[in-house]
Ligand binder design. Sequence first.
Ligand code: PA5
Length: 446
Amino acid sequence: MSIKLNNTFMGESITKEAFESMAPVLSGAYEKLMKGTGKGSDYLGWLTLPDTYDRDEFAEIKKAAQYIQNHCDIFIVIGIGGSYLGARAAIEFIKSPNYNQLKKNTPDIYFSGNDLSSSSLQELLSLCEGKDVCVNVISKSGTTTEPAISFRIFRNLLESKYGEEGAKERIFVTTDKAKGKLKELADQKGYKTFVVPDDIGGRYSVLSAVGLLPIAAAGIDIDAIMAGASEARKQYASCDLRQNDCCRYAVLRNLLYRQGKEIEILVSYDSAAQKLSEWWKQLFGESEGKEGKGLFPVSVTFSTDLHSLGQMIQQGKRNLFETVLFFKDKQEIVIPFDEQDPDGLNFIAGQTMDYVNEKAFTATAMAHADGGVPNIILEFDGRSAHSFGFIVYFFELACALSAYMLEVNPFDQPGVEAYKDNMYALLGKPGYEDKKQALEARMQNR
Ligand code: PA5
């Protein structure tokens, strides 16, 4: 497995000299990361995780996944942000966006606690009627409102259905090893717990128990995921701008940013990668977007979105570039010949859908590059557990390097607190009385 960076469709945007001039900036960032001397260096656990992960906990994850597979029809995964996006990305990328509809001997998996919509929660509760249910609640802080509400409701459901003892067997908690409300509750109730390592932040945590338990419950080979991530770690173990495509990606996007690009669009040609794109958006958005800096990460699926956003990309404001994930599909659907040719498609009869998709990709990359939207192409073999692990590590490393090149801390998210503080105040959380008064006065003056 490797990810091959293809820069054929970058247009005239970046000269060889400009690219090579970035070598010292990159090696400065790389050294900070590897030596642990940069900002946020308490959160570098993900760097070595593919090789140093806790084998005992890994075995426990597999055991719990087996239990979940044997004891439930529906598995509810409760978490928000980094506490759910990675697992959801893996299940859709490796299995299918239609995972729940597939014929399978693993439970249906639903994600909850990632918004405050009462109708989606109500719908999920109805789906659980008459079914056996297990729950995995995931929160590093153990205090996040959205998952806490969902967990309270599902805990009540499980306790009324199976009794307190029965519910205990069906609730799995992934949180801090020692602190937080969730940890206290888990200890008090005797729930099985998994640990979010201290030195791994939410959006870098998919290869810890945070992601691995739901992924394993879906019947995915988590050894293969870790092997893929470990292979990426080896491949990117030295910072050579000519050979290390992860570093090349970080440098190219940084140069485009310096040239005035403001938006990076992650493009894929397969809807199975949509949630992977959501994971990528959080990773880069929360890591880079601070101190007035950073590329705004967005995502599209082509060719679907060529018929909605294609116009904007081709001819709108020239402040964008695209990073394209391109991989071969496993299926070989051949376009049939039709004697009458009523739809005029006989010119591609006998070709595979994959062939047509590849031509759409090349045609689009050329058109967008010609229209002033540079395309960084990341090519890899296809969708598998191994490639998922590899891709996760590739982007985590590229993201941390990118943030260090911007001179921001890749591992904090101070801006997320602003809405939380306002919400707590408006909801009347103890300790927020003054803020509540100030906010209410503001609202009255509107
Ligand atoms: O990357 C992050 O740290 C965040 O997105 C968190 O994962 C998210 O806010 C959820 O936090 P917690 O796991 O503490 O509930």
